[in-house]
Design a binder for this molecule. Structure first.
Ligand code: C2E
Ligand code: MG
Ligand code: MG
Length: 579
């Protein structure tokens, strides 16, 4: 049976989902571009893909599943069989001279191995490119249109394909979809595990994207950790939403890089042509805005462009511009949340940064700290926070500590220990009243430097806590290698503590693990008396959360200290009482 003409077209457009990644990209490219006679065979020597022109040359012999010797009987000839088998068994690509039939001009074909079998390129005309030129042509074509790292089609090809997709649609019905994909936390992996690990992650991510694709969908690496998929000829918006769903799911499993399980999700922005843009640039802008909305909606999700998103973008731009001036204008300030040792002693406060924007009002750190980090402002802001918090702590009884959060940018800047020592000196506070909170993302790279930094801080007498424990990589080796004083269990584990038996087991184990290592444990986000009672029963050393005290401004913190009596602390639920 011969494939119908439409079958040949279909084959030449879409790679088989099982084809290995590089070969798949190469294949799609070759078959849609080359005027030459290209064909691919599996390990059983059966034809799997071919350029439409092959039929013109070899006629009825060309059919999916046809054996290689039906198309190239010369390979049965002992003069070229051995050379062919050598390439087939993994040898270097070779130009093989086919045996000459009577009256025929000499012919050679270029044979190269693929992960699935072999590919063959036959020059259409004798006297055209030589086999070596053919090989070079294929390589150059691939390099010009593909990303070297991931094997996906590159930005240049993306631009061309997007224009083509938009040109091929008519009317106002959305028929072309652009999905812009961005990895969540890629920067953290690159900054902490190193660029080699970052590259590996990008390759694995590209593989997951490719595996999620069906016919009529093509993937591109657009820049850095940004990928894109173009979808044409589908029922929209349903198909774009379905694909976005499977892409998000594909990133839920951890990536294992150098033996470390790394969770990197994906956020996706979707835009449809011609509805959201009639040229490539407009459509990309719309998808980008939708992607930004996905990022701000908590990441790990997909959003489709709508006009109201423009407002969001404008707000962020405004924020970015005004953040630079916020520090000078005195718009940043700190709140202090009490840290309670059960049953009722206030042992200190955690300083939490806020921005009082003149028009917008109070902006939480989760919104502006990422902007400050991206703009390289966090070092300066962090320095201000530390100094401010230390000055405030001087107004409290000298037994109370102050905990300050450090962003990765500060920790990696190299001047952290000097800055801290200088501030302690200038402010005149005892070092053992300061606790610095770091998250695990800080610790992954440059382990020796990190140990040095932590040890130097330790020598200064400063305490170090590991914040948000349980949410990042949770590698126990940090607990072995770093001199932590406190481990803060993330509020994620505390929230369901009353009902979640697994959560209880995890928290109980963390407490016992930390105690075994001589590390004190703080539970974050304690909101109910039942949670507090359970944690106290399990010997948790310190509690923090809205039940025991919400973050308060500097003045209210002074009042809180005065009001907390040795007999009982004020819970937010009511009057003074011991827990
Ligand atoms: P974090 O260090 O884990 O701080 C605890 C967060 O939990 C605070 O959020 C706090 O307000 C909130 N929280 C406390 N008790 C409860 C509770 O009972 N229930 C709930 N639902 N939440 C509670 P906030 O102030 O929005 O800060 C968020 C994060 O921003 C902080 O998490 C910290 O990572 C970062 N951050 C805050 N201030 C600074 C700073 O000065 N520098 C740096 N680098 N990061 C900061
Ligand atoms: Mg903290
Ligand atoms: Mg925390």
């Amino acid at each position: 049976m011969h494939p119908k003409a439409s079958d040949a077209g279909k084959e030449s457009k879409g790679p088989s989902p099982d084809a290995p990644h590089i070969a798949e990209a190469l294949l799609a490219d070759l078959l849609s571009n080359t005027a030459d006679l290209v064909s691919f065979y599996d390990r059983d020597f059966r034809l799997t893909h071919y350029a439409a022109g092959l039929k013109g040359m070899h006629g009825g012999a060309v059919a999916l599943g046809a054996a290689i010797w039906e198309i190239y009987p010369g390979f049965l000839d002992s003069s070229c069989r051995d050379e062919f088998l050598r390439v087939f068994q993994g040898g270097t690509p070779a130009s093989i001279d086919l045996p000459r039939s009577r009256g025929q001009a000499p012919r050679s074909v270029f044979v190269f191995g693929t992960a699935n079998g072999v590919g063959i390129i036959e020059s259409r005309e004798h006297g055209g490119r030589s086999a070596a030129e053919e090989q070079e042509h294929v390589i150059l074509l691939h390099q010009a249109t593909h990303d070297v790292l991931t094997g996906l089609q590159n930005r240049r090809r993306f631009g061309e394909r997007l224009q083509q997709a938009l040109a091929s649609i008519g009317g106002t019905k959305p028929k072309a979809a652009l999905l812009q994909i961005d990895l969540d936390d890629f920067k953290a992996v690159n900054d902490t595990l190193g660029h080699g690990a970052g590259d590996t992650l990008l390759q694995l991510a590209a593989g997951r994207i490719r595996d999620a694709l069906r016919d009529g969908e093509s993937a591109y690496r657009y820049a850095g950790d940004e990928f894109a998929v173009i979808q044409v000829g589908k029922e929209q918006p349903a198909e774009a939403e379905r694909l976005a769903g499977s892409l998000i799911d594909a990133f839920k499993e951890p990536f294992v890089i150098n033996g470390i399980a790394v969770f990197v999700g994906s956020s996706i922005g979707i835009a449809f042509g011609p509805e959201h843009g009639t040229d490539g640039e407009q459509l990309m802008k719309a998808a980008d805005i939708a992607l930004y909305a996905a990022k701000t909606d908590g990441r790990g999700c997909a959003r489709t462009f709508n006009r109201s998103m423009l407002l969001l973008l404008e707000q962020r731009e405004n924020l970015r511009r005004s953040l630079r001036a916020a520090l000078e204008r005195g718009e940043l300030y700190l709140e202090y949340q009490p840290l309670i040792r059960p049953p009722s002693s206030v042992i200190g406060f955690e300083a939490l940064l806020r921005w009082r924007h003149p028009e917008i009002g109070i902006i939480p750190p989760s919104v502006f700290i990422p902007i400050a980090e991206a703009d390289g402002l966090m070092d300066e802001i962090g320095r201000w926070v530390l100094e401010q918090a230390c000055r405030q702590a001087l107004t409290w009884p000298s037994s109370l500590t102050v905990a300050v959060n450090l962003s990765p940018a500060q920790f990696l800047s190299g001047s952290l220990t000097d800055t801290v020592a200088q501030i302690i000196d200038e402010v005149g506070i005892r070092a053992d009243r300061i606790e610095l909170e770091i998250t695990e993302t800080v610790l992954l790279e440059k382990t020796i430097d990190n140990i040095d930094t932590l040890n130097t801080l330790n020598v200064l007498g400063i305490r170090i806590s590991l914040d948000d424990f349980g949410t990042y990589y949770s590698s126990l080796s940090y607990l072995k290698n770093f001199p932590f004083d406190t481990l803060k269990i993330d509020q994620y584990f505390i929230a369901d503590l009353e009902t979640d038996l697994k959560g209880q087991t995890i928290v109980r184990s963390i407490i016992s693990l930390a105690h075994g290592l001589g590390i004190s444990v703080t539970a974050e986000g304690v909101e109910t008396s039942a949670q507090a009672r359970w944690l106290i029963k399990e010997n948790c050393d310190c509690l923090q959360g809205n039940l025991l005290g919400r973050p308060l401004d500097a003045e209210a913190t002074g009042d809180f200290i005065r009001l907390s009596s040795p007999k009982g602390i004020r819970t937010m639920e009511g009057s003074n009482r011991a827990l």
